[in-house]
Every structure is written in C-alpha cells, then in structure tokens.
Design a protein around this ligand. Structure first.
Ligand code: TMP
Length: 237
C-alpha cells in the first residue's frame, strides 16, 4: 500500500491517503501535548509503543465482537486503517475516580465505583472539548440516537474486556477515552487509538502510574512508564 498525500496532522498522529479511497495510513508521532495543546513535549519512542499497543488491543477487541478501523500494521509507527468520518464525541469510561472526574466532583483519586461510568465530550479544540450529555449530542446533530446506543454498548464491552485483560497483566484500568467513526456505509467502528496517551493504567500492586499522567503532571519517568506498560502487554499477549 503506497502512502500518498498527507490529509491531516493531529497532536499525536498524521494521516495519509493511499491509492484505495477506503483506506488510510496513520503515522504515530513522539509529540505529546496536554491541556488542549498548552503543554507541549516529546516522549521518545511513544509513537512506536502507541502504534503497537493500539493495534494489539484493537485486534483483541475485534475478536470480542467490537468492530474497529484496524486493517494492518505496516511498520513501527504506521498502520493501515479503514477510512472513517470521526463522530465528534470523546467517549470516556471510568472505573475509578481520577483526573477531571476527581476535580469536577471533589472525589479523591482512587475511589472505586460500584459500576463503570460513561461520559461524552464534544470533540472541538476551539471550545476545549466541553462535556455534554446525549441530548446535547442529538441537539448538535453529532450522532443519531441509534449511533449513541451502539457507541455506549461498544464502550462498555471495551471496558469489560480490557479491564479483565489488563488485570491479568498486573495493571488496573482506571479510565480511558475512545473515539468512534463511521465507515462509508454508516457502520460505527472503534477508531483513533488505545494507548497510554488515552488510558490511565495503574500498577495493581503499587499504584504506580504507567501512563501519560506522568507527562501531564511533570512526574518524570515518562519514557520508562511507557516501556513498562508495553512490556506488561507483550509478556502477556
Ligand atoms: P480526564 O480525567 O482528564 O477527563 O481523562 C479521562 C481519560 O481520557 C484519561 O484516561 C485520559 C484520556 N484523555 C484523552 O485521551 N484525551 C484528552 O484530551 C483528555 C483530556 C483525556
């Protein structure tokens, strides 16, 4: 598959056209941002880790009945994916209070929920990705009622599967963000990435953070944390 013109450059990835209009190539960068791009940096080797991890997890989820955009890993940083139009919702599932949930509701980080939560943000950098509910999403025509139901069903399946999977790796899946897309026939599939950039991973025994929070919070040991979480995955899969 030949890489053609660059269609888009995001904060962590670039997207290229291919000779097949239904397929794109995603290229993962080492660039890291936080707080809507206010904080910028580099996490050396992150692109390689996020590419591999996302692909391994998407293949695993496909087997569990969640359709994804994944087609084929091309090399260390590049993957062939199905072209989708992204549903402009950030879908966040949480098992344990952390991050913006803790801040917004005044709950200590680490409080375990009886059942997982789901929330949506409007994927819009100019507005700072504001939180919204399903009625807002319908009013803004971001997705249909049926699409939102499908997205919720897939998001909770992803949580069930990945929570169990990571537990076997000695890792607690605290929360994560998903994005979904529509194929040309309207089918909803899981898109974007699943990586330490988009998930909170805590060591099950020590509680050590093995994700991008080390970058967001200037904790140091960022590259080591990405390498460690990848090691846990590859030792297990
Ligand atoms: P939050 O607690 O900051 O809302 O983050 C919830 C989860 O979503 C966490 O696993 C990190 C992930 N996330 C992203 O993937 N992209 C983002 O822009 C933000 C703010 C969070």
């Amino acid at each position: 598959m030949t890489k053609k013109e660059q269609l888009y450059e995001g904060k962590a990835k670039k997207v290229f056209a291919t000779e097949n209009p239904e397929l794109l190539i995603v290229s993962y960068k080492d660039d890291a941002t936080a707080f809507n791009g206010l904080k910028k940096g580099t996490i050396h080797g992150k692109g390689v880790i996020n590419n591999r991890m996302s692909n391994l997890l998407m293949r695993y989820l496909e087997k569990a009945g969640v359709p994804t955009h994944y087609v084929e890993e091309l090399n260390d940083r590049e993957t062939l994916v199905k072209r989708v139009s992204i549903v402009p919702l950030e879908v966040i599932v949480r098992n344990i209070a952390a991050g913006s949930f803790s801040k917004r509701y005044g709950v200590a980080e680490g409080v375990v929920f009886d059942t997982p939560t789901i929330e949506f943000s409007y994927k819009n950098d100019d507005l700072g990705d504001p939180l919204l509910n399903e009625y807002h999403a319908l009013a803004l025509k971001l997705a249909t009622k049926e699409e939102i139901e499908t997205i919720k069903k897939y998001a909770f399946t992803v949580n069930d599967r990945l929570k169990a999977f990571w537990a076997e790796c000695g890792v607690t899946l605290v929360d994560f963000k998903l994005e979904f897309g529509r194929l040309s026939d309207g089918t909803i599939v899981l898109a974007d990435e699943i990586s330490p950039d988009t998930c909170r991973f805590w060591d099950s025994k020590t509680g050590e953070k093995l994700d991008k929070d080390r970058f967001r919070r200037d904790m140091g040991g960022v590259e080591d944390a990405y390498a460690e979480i990848m090691k846990r995955l590859t030792q297990h899969i």
